[in-house]
Design a protein around this ligand. Structure first.
Ligand SMILES: [Zn+2]
Length: 322
């Protein structure tokens, strides 16, 4: 009986060791192959051949970081905690068991503290409640701010999407062994000289939050302002202002649809330098107000033009400097 037990244990130990050494050996072999690949003539030749493509990718990555740094990604605020910083909160009840697990957040301007009923209604009608409780009014300055936010978000999304497609295409032209991209993608990008930016699009998020008196339960509804939501919000403001009737179509809404229509109208070609998507499949194109909104320019098709990112950056640098 005992010898049987010893045999079973021994067999189990041998099996475990075999499995372990299989993984260790595979790991070691993979590392050797990886070192070989990065030292190979093939890799270095590809790197030299793609230097210009990689350099352009990196320039756009820095440009995206510039957009992230200089753009504003805020809109409206909740006044539910405007003066909350003047007080401190303390629970003085005798039976403190599991209390205050949920504390209302009065400091964040993106959080509206409210009743459970409002949380539920906000999740059913997010735009209506967003406008009501975050002070987003149906007037021309607010609509302008919503469109500006949409512009900033879309410009950054556009640049990030462009970077992603460039990265895929760079990896494809190197054609490394499959395991390299599977296990060492970051190292591959690094060694190829590709700067992979860590930034993400900072979508504003608005929260309706209910915290019960004892702090034992809380519920929340969130509204993400991504491009479709921002476009829907702009349309809603516009509808409430009855813009179409009063301004007699003088003004178009700056939405994803309009940006695409302008690019199409311009044949996906930069109106300054003439570079086109047909000539450069990864070209980053943007839509620009010829006379900027800040100088009274309107959102009408004849005040909009397609520019490549370089020309647009040069133009906005000139405008901010003078
Ligand atoms: Zn251009």
């Amino acid at each position: 009986m005992q010898t049987l037990l010893i045999r079973v244990v021994a067999a189990a130990v041998v099996t475990a060791l075999a499995v372990l050494s299989f993984f260790v050996i595979r790991f070691v072999i993979r590392r050797i192959l990886k070192a070989r690949y990065f030292a190979s003539q093939e890799f270095r030749a590809h790197k030299a051949a793609l230097a210009a493509v990689v350099a352009e990718h990196n320039e756009i990555a820095y440009y995206a970081e510039e957009l992230r740094r200089w753009g504003s990604y805020q809109l409206g605020r909740s006044s539910s905690g405007d003066r909350a910083h003047l007080s401190s909160f303390e629970n003085t009840s005798r039976w403190n068991y599991r209390r205050d697990r949920n504390r209302p957040n009065y400091q964040a301007p993106n959080v509206h503290n409210c009743s459970l009923q409002i949380v539920r209604r906000a999740s059913a009608e997010p735009l209506k409640y967003l406008m009501k409780y975050f002070d987003i009014r149906a007037d021309e300055p607010t609509l302008g701010a919503v469109e500006q936010l949409g512009e900033n978000i879309a410009r950054l999304e556009n640049a990030m999407g462009n970077l992603h497609s460039r990265e895929v295409s760079i990896a494809r032209s190197f054609r490394p062994p499959r395991f390299i991209l599977k296990h060492y993608r970051d190292e591959f990008m690094d060694r190829a000289g590709v700067y992979v930016s860590p930034i993400a699009v900072p979508y504003p998020v608005y929260v309706f939050e209910y915290v019960s008196a004892g702090g034992n339960s809380s519920q929340r509804a969130r509204v993400w302002l991504d491009t479709p939501t921002i476009d829907a919000l702009a349309n809603e403001l516009c509808r409430q202002m009855r813009f179409q009737e009063s301004a007699a179509g003088q003004r178009a809404l700056m939405t994803a649809g309009l940006r695409e229509a302008i690019k199409k109208r311009d044949g996906y070609t930069c109106r300054y330098c003439g570079v086109s998507l047909a000539a450069e499949p990864h070209l980053l194109l943007e839509v620009d107000h010829i006379i900027p909104v800040s100088r009274g320019g309107r959102t009408t098709p004849h005040n909009l033009q397609t520019l490549c990112w370089r020309c647009n950056r040069t133009k906005s640098n000139k405008l901010t400097r003078h």
